[in-house]
Write a protein that binds this ligand. Structure first.
Ligand code: GLU
Length: 279
C-alpha cells in the first residue's frame, strides 16, 4: 500500500513538474521530422503554416525556423517535440511553460519583453504586402486607402500597419494562411506581414501567378528565439547555439535551402549578432 501511494505521489510530482519537459522516452506527435538532440524531450513552438519558415506537412516539419529550432536542440542535447505557436499565443505558451522555446518569425519587441526574453536576433526581415498578381493599385503602405487589408492577431504586422496608415481597414485573422485564402477569394485586397512569410506564400505551387509580393518594406523585424522571461542561463545557451549556427555556415545553407526557392534574399544586417535580450 505504502509503495503504491509513493508511486502515485511520484507520478503526480512528475506531472506537476511542468509540461515543457516530458522525459526522454516521450514519443510525442512532434517527434517525427524533428532532428535535434537525443536527450530530454522539450516542447518547442514553431509555425505550422508558413512555407520556407515553419511548415508542417503530414508528420514532417520544414523551414528555416525549423532548422534553427533543431540546431538549438542538438547543441543543448534536447529532443524537440514541435507544437503550433500562432502569433497571438506565443507569450502565453512561454509564460505557462507549455513550451520551452519558440522559433516562429518572432520579432523582438520591448512590449513582448514584459512577458518573455529573447535570444537573438538570428534573422532580420521587413514588413511588406502580398497582393493578387493583377493588382497594380497597391504599391506600398501609402496606397492602402480604401483597401481591405488582412493580418494576424498578436503580430507586430497588425500593430505597425495601423500606426503607419491610421484608419486602415484591417481584418485580423488567427493565421496568415487564412489571410492568404481571403486574398485569393477577393475577401481582402492585401495581406501584410514579414517579407519572408509573404515570399513563401507567393512561391507556393498553388499561388504561382496568382499572388505577388509588392517589394516595398516599411519595418524592421528582428527575429528572436522566445524563452521564459528571466531564464538567463537557458537564454545564453541558446545564444551560443545561434552563434554556432551562423558562424558554421549552417545559417547560410538553411537560408539558401528554405528561402532560395522563393527567390528571397536576406537584406542588410544579415546575418545579425545574437545576444540575450531581457527587460
Ligand atoms: N514577425 C512578426 C511578429 O513577430 C510578424 C510575423 C508573425 O506574426 O509571426 O509579430
Amino acid at each position: 500500500m505504502k509503495l503504491r501511494r509513493t508511486s502515485a505521489i511520484a507520478i503526480a510530482a512528475v506531472a506537476a513538474l511542468g509540461l515543457a519537459a516530458c522525459g526522454s522516452d516521450n514519443g510525442g506527435s512532434g517527434g517525427a521530422g524533428a532532428t535535434g538532440g537525443g536527450g530530454e524531450s522539450v516542447k518547442v513552438g514553431i509555425k505550422f503554416d508558413q512555407p520556407g519558415l515553419g511548415l508542417k506537412t503530414g508528420a514532417t516539419y520544414s523551414g528555416f525556423d525549423v532548422d534553427v529550432a533543431n540546431f538549438i536542440a542538438k547543441e543543448l542535447n534536447l529532443k524537440p517535440e514541435f507544437v503550433e505557436a500562432v502569433s497571438s499565443q506565443r507569450e502565453t505558451l512561454l509564460k505557462t511553460g507549455q513550451v520551452k522555446y519558440i522559433v516562429g518569425t518572432y520579432s523582438i519587441t520591448d512590449k513582448r519583453m514584459a512577458d518573455v526574453s529573447f535570444a537573438g536576433p538570428y534573422f532580420i526581415a521587413g514588413q511588406d504586402l502580398l497582393v493578387r498578381s493583377d493588382d497594380t493599385s497597391i504599391t506600398g503602405k501609402d496606397s492602402l486607402a480604401g483597401k481591405k487589408l488582412c493580418s494576424v492577431k498578436g503580430s507586430t504586422s497588425a500593430v505597425n500597419v495601423q500606426k503607419a496608415v491610421p484608419g486602415v481597414n484591417l481584418q485580423e485573422y488567427n493565421t496568415y494562411s487564412l489571410c492568404v485564402d481571403a486574398l485569393k477569394s477577393g475577401a481582402v485586397d492585401a495581406l501584410t506581414t514579414d517579407d519572408t512569410i509573404l515570399a513563401g506564400y507567393a512561391a507556393q505551387e498553388a499561388n504561382k501567378g496568382k499572388l505577388k509580393v509588392v517589394g516595398n518594406t516599411f519595418s524592421t523585424e528582428n527575429y528572436g528565439v522566445g524563452v521564459q522571461k528571466g531564464d538567463t542561463e537557458f537564454c545564453n545557451k541558446v545564444v551560443t547555439a545561434l552563434k554556432k549556427f551562423i558562424d558554421s555556415g549552417e545559417w547560410q545553407k538553411s537560408v539558401d535551402k528554405n528561402l532560395g526557392p522563393a527567390n528571397y534574399k536576406p537584406g542588410a544586417g544579415n546575418p545579425p549578432t545574437p545576444t540575450c535580450q531581457s527587460a
